[in-house]
Design a protein around this ligand. Structure first.
Ligand code: SAH
Length: 244
């Protein structure tokens, strides 16, 4: 995602999060993509508690240690759960509204773009959850992503990130069970999304879904090692990325 920082007027998800935080309910948060029918993100799910999280998320929170950075933290659901576990966490998000909500929820949050010039601190755990790989945007941006990880990760640190392999969307029932993927085109997990909340339409942004083999390949190209920690029920997985 390239968007530098999101002011309230251009931030449908931030508006939905702020409404839900204030009133305990929100209108529909609509996600559009040229490739799919419109979908809705239930805003209450952005406020999920530890007990309501997927097993992959719970595992990531249990493994997170030391000084933790929750990247693209949204309402701060993971940061809050980590604090309740007594862990030391900071959160960043490009959304001014979400950062305000996180501060009101007692989280040490800052409006910051993961890709903007780095700050002087390093972290023992970098957490990217809810298809956290999305932030990479597209495969071509892997170098930029790993450059930033190099600056932010302590010597013993690790990245915990989830994603899904979108291969299942392209499973055209070939008799032999093989997949029809256009290997000459863009990588099949590069999606373009835009969101709408009430009358606010956000700018389109790129969101990457990456299969584990591709992630692992790029990690090794930039001096890291990726391990698949857990697989979910729907082609989703949790990856741990460490220095090699
Ligand atoms: N992790 C949260 C929110 C996921 S939605 C959860 O699991 O509920 C993705 C979030 O990432 C949004 O809040 C969006 O504003 C933020 N985001 C997107 N690109 C970003 C970037 N480059 N730097 C920091 N935050 C980003």
């Amino acid at each position: 995602m390239y968007t530098d920082l999101l002011p309230p007027t251009e931030d449908p998800m931030g508006q939905a999060i702020a409404d839900y935080h204030k009133k305990g309910r929100a209108d529909k948060l609509i996600v559009s993509s040229p490739d799919f029918d419109d979908d809705e993100i239930p805003v209450s799910q952005l406020f999920r508690t530890y007990a309501e999280m997927s097993s992959i998320e719970q595992t990531a929170l249990r493994l997170a240690r030391g000084k933790i950075l929750d990247i693209g933290a949204g309402s701060g659901c993971h940061s809050l759960a980590l604090q309740e576990m007594g862990k030391n966490v900071e959160a960043i998000d490009i959304s001014a509204l979400s950062v305000q909500v996180m501060k009101e929820r007692g989280i040490k949050a800052e409006q910051r773009n993961f890709f903007s010039p780095t700050w002087a601190t390093t972290y023992d755990t970098l957490l990217l959850l809810m298809n956290g790989a999305g932030i990479i945007g597209k495969v071509e941006e892997f170098p930029r992503f790993f450059e930033r990880i190099k600056q932010l990760l302590s010597p013993e640190g690790c990245v915990l990130m989830d994603s899904s392999d979108l291969r299942y969307l392209y499973e055209e029932e070939e008799e032999d069970g093989s997949f029809l993927i256009d290997i000459a085109g863009d990588y099949y997990g590069e999606l373009s999304y835009s969101m709408q909340y009430k009358k606010t339409k956000g700018k389109p942004f790129l969101w990457l879904y990456v299969d584990f083999e591709t992630l692992s390949y790029y990690a090794s190209q930039y001096g890291f090692k990726a391990t698949c920690i857990e697989q979910g029920a729907h082609y989703d997985y949790l990856a741990k990325i460490e220095w090699r």
